[in-house]
Design a protein around this ligand. Sequence first.
Ligand code: ADP
Length: 245
Amino acid sequence: MPQIRLDSVSKYFMQEGRKNYAIRQVDLTIEQGEFIFVTGSSGAGKSTLLKLITGELRPDQGKAYVNNMDVVRLARWGLLRRRNYFGYVPQLPQLIRRRTIGQNLEQVIMANRRRLDGTVEERVQKALAMVGLRDVIDRYPVELSQGQCRQVELARAIITSPPILVLDELTANLDEDAIWDSFHLLEELNHRGTTVIMATHAKMFVNMMRKRVITLVDGSIFGDVPKGRYGDVLSNRDDGTAARG
Ligand code: ADP
């Protein structure tokens, strides 16, 4: 099953003729089946880190591997083939406005190359049921709330049962009940072996779930704490105890 590894990865964007580093020399290994929260303030590099993992972005320095394969190679395969590995919910909504929710989900299954159980219709219904939105199949994205659209995007990410889920601010615009439901669903998928990597500001929920918490500051990993809390950083003592950042 796929392991994710970043070896001294950096990524910059040019700003007024200067390199603005979004990610600086990050070393990170994520084993299959881990559940990880990526935290940090706005601009800390969370989205960039997730995009480097999925191959949406290529490192300027260092290498990113999935399953021992250079992600740059994966990126060349294009989005459709990357979906064999990743279910990805980007920070900005990506549902196609002129298609119904059902059609939006079907499209992902059609593009999938792995063998999947069940008919397309069964998978669409099951994925929507898993996120608690059975009745929206014939509606258009514009007829749904922003929170419901996020849940549909989660359904779209899980519909092909990918081994890795990468979720960028999934919980923005969700009410508290919907956040709980989403986290419980992710925990269930994680128990069945799916890797979950989630950038979030949902402090209270991160603190309750006690998963591995990676904290980014200015593009660097400032804390990486198993069973951590929001903003935890490892203390200077090398005994694995955590201090609040
Ligand atoms: P976060 O997700 O933690 O808010 P980002 O990864 O979006 O942080 O951004 C990290 C830094 O990289 C910020 O300074 C941001 O302005 C910059 N950045 C991100 N994407 C781009 C881009 N496409 N073009 C220019 N700068 C970018």
